[in-house]
Design a protein around this ligand. Structure first.
Ligand code: SF4
Length: 434
């Protein structure tokens, strides 16, 4: 298909609309902050957004506001301010950027972020607890923690019995029910189960399209890059979860990706897809576009990523809320999504091996980062296991998602170039053998 015949209104719409919706979301938060009102703070993994939206809370995702300071190239100002207040350089960069954001009265490169009036967290990452304690100390706001059971063993070794699963689900449900009086008190609104049902229904719609979009990337060429466009889609999936705007966005995105699949349109510009890759970890946001280009210039496309698994709050799972039992089903969704997110960070090797087969991958890129121990844990072991089981190449590069002091573009480029030279020569050799 020539460039002239491509429907340019359709191709690229997801990235354009995603950027617009994201800016509007920040504008809404700025309006809340300017009215001196607070918001509900919640984390991406196990977000419980549907419940918070039921009470009419504006919702802030502090991981997203923090990472945007890096994408907007000013995270160093925030990190330095937090370190001046005693935070160690190796503490999670998201926490430090958020702490500095609070000191700066919500001043953010995309607007102004309201302070928390309540915070909701799960145990998906241990840092969440220490982070929420900061808001507790700064603002004396209620922080509501939901303890979600994780996998007892590496996935696939021993599955929970139906009774065990139900016990875990109920454990989560009781904690969610216990949160409701506090949310009613802080918001001033009574809990309305029909409103919850509606937000869950919209998340179901969003999830159906999201899973279809993910599955379309199994074909060749891929229809989007899971690290570049995938991060935009993830932002919308989290910020607009449980809303009409979010569900419509993903329905449109599905239409765009179907079109790209039908016409064989790759996300690469002026370049053919040569190598299909999986990305493990969190992207390097301080040089986000350049980081992407270092792979794209060699015809490398990320067809899949563990980020899309652990940061979509379960949207990638084949699960829909049962609207006849909203609270019970919300608890099941939180239980499934958080334990899946923990597995996707800590025990992803089996899922990666499966992805190598499903997405027909040539290589896996591991990106451990200095300031997030949680997603960087055990990546070297994972690489060994994956390479022992599949004939792919692995690349292991270290930098950070926030702190440009530990990002060396020249070193990254050297390693990435050598990786692609290896992939190119394997392709040539295999072609000759064939
Ligand atoms: S998962 Fe990593 S980046 Fe996210 S809060 Fe935990 S330590 Fe920070």
């Amino acid at each position: 298909m020539t460039t002239a015949t491509i429907d340019t209104d359709l191709v690229g719409r997801g990235a354009r609309d995603g950027g617009r919706l994201f800016r509007e979301w920040f504008e809404d938060l700025t309006n809340v902050a300017e009215q001196e009102k607070g918001a509900a703070y919640v984390f991406v993994m196990g977000s419980l957004t549907e419940l918070l939206k039921t009470f009419g809370f504006p919702v802030v995702f502090p991981e997203i506001t923090s990472l945007q300071t890096a994408v907007r190239k000013c995270s160093d100002e925030y990190l330095s301010l937090a370190e001046d207040h005693g935070f160690s350089p190796d503490v999670c960069g998201y926490v430090k950027a958020d702490y500095a954001l609070q000191l700066r009265k919500g001043d953010h490169p995309m607007g102004r972020i309201p302070p928390p009036s309540v915070a909701v967290l799960t145990n998906a990452c241990n840092t969440y607890f220490k982070w929420a304690e900061i808001w507790e100390r700064m603002y004396d706001v209620p922080t509501l923690a939901v303890d979600v059971p994780g996998s007892r063993e590496s996935p696939g070794q021993r599955e929970l019995t139906a009774e065990g699963f139900e016990r875990d689900r109920k454990y989560v449900e009781h904690q969610i029910v216990e949160m409701i009086p506090t949310l009613e008190k802080v918001s001033g609104n009574k809990f309305d189960i029909d409103r919850l049902r509606e937000t869950l229904r919209l998340t179901n719609e969003m999830g159906r399209s999201w899973r279809r979009v993910l599955s379309l990337n199994r074909g060749t060429p891929a229809v989007f890059d899971a690290m570049m466009e995938g991060t935009i889609y993830l932002g919308v999936a989290n910020a607009l979860r449980g809303t009409r705007g979010g569900a419509d966005y993903f329905r449109d995105l599905e239409e765009e990706m179907e079109y790209k699949r039908e016409h064989g349109i790759s996300p690469l510009v002026d370049q053919e897809e040569k190598h299909r890759l999986a990305f493990v970890g969190v992207p390097c946001y301080p040089i986000f576009r350049r980081f992407y280009q270092l792979f794209a210039e060699w015809g490398g496309v990320f067809s899949s990523s563990t980020y899309m698994w652990f940061a979509s709050s379960g949207l990638n799972l084949d699960f829909e809320y049962d609207l006849d039992r909203p609270l019970e089903s919300l608890a099941e969704g939180v239980y499934r999504s958080v334990s899946h997110a923990m597995d996707a960070m800590l025990f992803h090797e089996k899922a990666l091996i499966q992805a190598i087969d499903d997405f027909n991958l040539d290589g896996v890129v591991y990106h451990p980062i200095k300031s997030c121990r949680t997603v960087s844990t055990s990546l070297a072991d994972s690489r060994r296991e994956v390479l022992e089981n599949r004939d792919v190449l692995g690349l292991y590069i270290e930098s950070d998602m926030m702190d440009k002091r530990v990002v060396s573009e020249a070193q990254l480029k050297n390693r990435i170039d050598a990786f692609f030279e290896g992939l190119d020569s394997r392709k040539l050799r295999k072609g000759r053998e064939a």
